[in-house]
Design a protein. Structure first.
Length: 388
């Protein structure tokens, strides 16, 4: 009897173990249905936006420096100073330029005096010619009347010819003197221009953002001594994924968040969209201007930009995480009789908060699988862990 009961007990234990194994395999093991969570497709208002990261820059920036090599004599402004148009910012050492300008001024004065003397000589020559020509005409008339000899009239004609030659020489001397004045004046203006170029002035209203060199430094032509920006022209040079850039255009509203103040959302608008994209990163460059310029942030500061593209007041949406690709077709997984079924859909707008518009292929209220513990295939058994 004891052996019989022992056999029955052993058989029962084996059966219970087998049942437990079967239950585990079908409920928690490899044969168990895949656990999923579902949610309904809903209708709501959505706004299509794109997100990008960029840096704060100034649309209008100026590099101030000399047009010829020289030594910085003095600077009148420093980093952070506000300047106005035409304000003297610094000066270059003129070396001997002022002496050369003084010499050119003296040369010009002498040349102008020479013109005055040549003009007086030309007037005197004209007067002599006038008298000589009158005498020659009178003597020719007297010859015809027989009052003087032909030799006397010829002498007066020679005097008139000499006076004509003197006038021509005086006129040539006057032209030469005037050419001397023009050359001296050009040289004088050139020295004046050089001296003026030694004055570093502001081309516009702005703020000094850097002092590149200090007094006593020798710089070459075109080298920046000071850098200015117009603080009213600040914008963010943002990068937007090319795949999401459709619909971007100047004038669209935007929100800007500076890294230095992540709690403040600044208003802005798209000011310009660069024609050339970055072929390496596959991004478009978008310039977003501030509606109201903030207190001068650090140039180059990182900023997050959100651009509002389009608003749909009533759109059918599903969580973006629920969208899958099967055979290069977008769709969602649904449950039919406890098994999975792929449902192709036509996608619309996608929001930054994780929702995607369904244009066709789904109705409001229909349940879809939003999460699964394993990769889904058509016809798989599933177990819903939550209610719609």
């Amino acid at each position: 009897m004891n052996l019989k009961w022992k056999a029955v007990a052993a058989g029962g234990g084996i059966a219970a173990l087998a049942a437990a194994m079967v239950w585990f395999a079908t409920h928690r093991g490899p044969l168990a249905p895949v656990a999923v969570r579902v949610a309904p497709a809903t209708e709501t208002e959505i706004e299509h936006s794109v997100f990008g990261i960029g840096t704060v820059e100034a649309r209008y920036a100026y590099s101030i420096g000399p047009t010829q090599a020289g030594r910085v004599l003095r600077l009148h402004v420093d980093h952070g100073d506000a300047v106005r148009p035409g304000q003297l910012l610094g000066e270059m050492d003129p070396v001997d330029l002022e002496q050369r300008l003084s010499g050119a001024r003296s040369t010009l004065a002498r040349a102008e005096q020479g013109v005055l003397m040549a003009a007086a000589q030309e007037r005197e020559a004209q007067s002599r010619l006038k008298v000589a020509a009158a005498n020659a005409a009178r003597y020719r008339d007297l010859v015809q009347r027989g009052f003087v000899s032909a030799e006397a009239a010829e002498l007066r004609d020679n005097e008139a010819a000499v006076s004509q030659a003197g006038l021509e020489a005086a006129q040539a001397a006057l032209r030469a003197a005037r050419n001397d004045v023009e050359r001296a004046n050009e040289e004088y203006r050139a020295f004046q221009k050089q001296l003026g170029n030694l004055r570093l002035t502001s081309p516009a209203r702005g703020v000094v953002v850097s002092r590149e060199v200090e007094p006593g430094t020798t710089v070459v032509a075109g080298q920046a001594v000071l850098r200015l920006i117009d603080p009213a022209s600040l914008w963010v040079r943002a990068r937007i994924d090319q795949g999401r850039a459709q619909g971007l255009k100047p004038g669209l509203a935007a929100e800007i968040v500076l890294r230095s103040d992540p709690g403040a959302v600044l208003k802005g608008r798209v000011a310009r969209i660069d024609i050339q994209s970055d072929s390496v990163t596959e991004e478009r460059i978008v310039q977003v201007a501030f509606d109201a310029a903030p207190l001068l942030p650090s140039l180059g500061e990182l900023a997050e930009v959100t651009i509002r593209l389009e608003r749909v007041p009533r759109a059918l949406v599903v969580p973006t995480a629920a969208l899958k690709q099967v055979d290069q077709q977008s769709g969602v997984w649904q449950i039919a009789d406890g098994r999975t079924r792929f449902r192709p859909v036509t996608l619309g707008l996608q929001t930054l908060d994780g929702l995607t518009q369904i244009v066709d292929g789904l109705k409001a209220g229909e349940s879809i699988i939003v999460h699964s513990t394993a990769r889904l295939r058509d016809g798989m058994k599933v177990r819903v862990e939550n209610a719609p």
